[in-house]
Design a protein around this ligand. Structure first.
Ligand code: NZQ
Ligand code: ZN
Length: 386
């Protein structure tokens, strides 16, 4: 096992009716900016629950943070923060609202020339304005990690930022919010969380027993809960397991002491930037070709996954590993997620070359757990995903 440090300061408040606890978690006397997305929270009652819990706080609000949180929208919050002397941020939404809030949190206390430098300087963010979250969509794990991904449409980029200053102070996880989530977003959440585990597990064996068993447990829980949650998102027990699995998939725990890959995400972000494809679906497009292209270096963990997640005990390592790849693809299909780029866009020709060029320009010449995948390798993987 590799050396590691682990600190996760986010206070998780989990369960039915827990949104009411906001009043105790937001500091007394704080001026709160409530941030949300396109308005789903006004239809499903979450907005009312939040506002009722904050009735004794001074509150201002800003809605309209779009999926794939857009820089030009986020920076509007900075004026509100200054004008209204805001001291605490509250994200009420899914990964996009929470990531957007993380960027705003960092930008609100940043002293450089432009908030965009937070992206271009590629430095870990050490401080931000304190913020909490009310999670409305299980998927990203953003509610318990310190990373974020921001889009800037005018530059056609989707780029990460993060650092120890960007953990939420608290996150309220009430599984009842799942009841109003449409099928497309439920499937996205399942696929995203599933791939988060894959990125931290499907590398090479390093003798990290607990991390492997945790990862396999999260994969099995997602597989078990997927048909139930797709059939009936109001199934509280299924929703609770879905929500906690998604958080556990990316709160930092399973990646400690082990190699991690993240190629699927890095390539996937390009597909969102180019074609606007939902984040989770970009991952489903890339996964099979990535694992097929890198079969030799990943086959031992793939075979372990086949044995322990799907109980495939017959056959050689190669045979088991191939079955794992097939089963991963079958999981995506079972939740009605297409796995070829051509199913999402007619203009897929040339995608591989564009991504190769972008990676070369950014100096991304070694991605993956071995830091060995070149832009040319990436182009081949993308071509295989057409
Ligand atoms: O905008 P509103 O009206 O709220 O509607 C949203 C949005 O249209 C809707 N929704 C959310 N909760 C709902 C609901 N609709 C009905 N009922 C509810 N309870 O769902 C739509 C999608 O929301 P979004 O926040 O975009 O989805 P998700 O949580 O999947 O987040 C995706 C974003 O997170 C980033 C992705 O790249 C993408 O930008 N990621 C963040 C990560 C992180 N911070 O650690 C890691 C991930 O790998 C990922 O990259
Ligand atoms: Zn993801």
């Amino acid at each position: 096992m590799n050396n590691f440090q682990f600190k996760n300061p986010t206070n998780i408040i989990f369960g039915k009716g827990e949104i009411a606890k906001l009043a105790n978690e937001v500091p007394t006397g704080a001026k709160v900016l409530v941030l949300f997305g396109g308005g789903s929270i006004k239809k499903n009652g979450i907005y009312d629950q939040v506002m009722s819990a904050l009735k004794n706080h001074e509150v201002v609000e800003m809605g309209g943070i779009p999926p794939n949180p857009e820089y030009s929208v986020l920076i509007k919050a900075l004026d509100i923060i200054k004008k209204e002397n805001v001291t605490f941020l509250l994200a009420v939404g899914g990964g996009s609202v929470i990531d957007g809030t993380k960027f705003i949190s960092a930008a609100a206390v940043y002293e450089g020339l432009s908030p965009w430098e937070l992206i271009t300087n590629r430095q870990p963010v050490k401080k931000g304005m304190p913020f909490g979250t009310v999670l409305t969509l299980p998927a990203t794990g953003s509610e318990m990690n310190s990373g974020a991904v921001i889009t800037r449409e005018e530059l056609e980029v989707k780029v990460p930022l993060g650092g120890p200053g960007l953990f939420p102070v608290f996150s309220i996880l009430d599984p009842e919010v799942v009841a109003s989530i449409p099928h497309r977003q439920l499937a996205n959440g399942l696929a995203d969380a599933f791939t988060h585990v894959l990125e931290q597990y499907t590398t090479y064996p390093i003798g990290a027993l607990i991390q492997d068993r945790f990862s396999e447990g999260v994969l099995q829980s997602l597989i078990e809960v997927a048909p139930r949650i797709i059939k009936n998102p109001a199934d509280y027990d299924a929703a609770a397991n879905f929500m906690w699995s998604c958080t556990m998939a990316l709160n930092g725990l399973i990646q400690k002491g082990v190699p991690t890959d993240w190629s699927i995400h890095v390539i996937g972000h390009e597909l969102t930037a180019m074609y606007g494809i939902d984040h989770a679906r970009t991952l489903a497009i890339i996964t099979k070709s990535h694992y097929t292209y890198n079969f030799e270096s990943k086959k031992e963990k793939l075979a372990q996954m086949a044995e322990r997640v799907w109980n495939i005990t017959e056959g050689s390592v190669d045979e088991k590993a191939k079955k794992a790849i097939d089963n991963i693809e079958a999981f995506f299909h079972s939740i009605e997620i297409e796995t070829s780029l051509s199913k999402y866009t007619d203009k897929f020709e040339g995608t591989a070359e564009t991504i190769e060029k972008r990676f070369k320009e950014r100096g991304m010449d070694g991605i993956g757990e071995h830091k060995s995948l070149t832009p040319q390798d990436v182009a081949k993987i993308v071509t295989m995903s057409y």
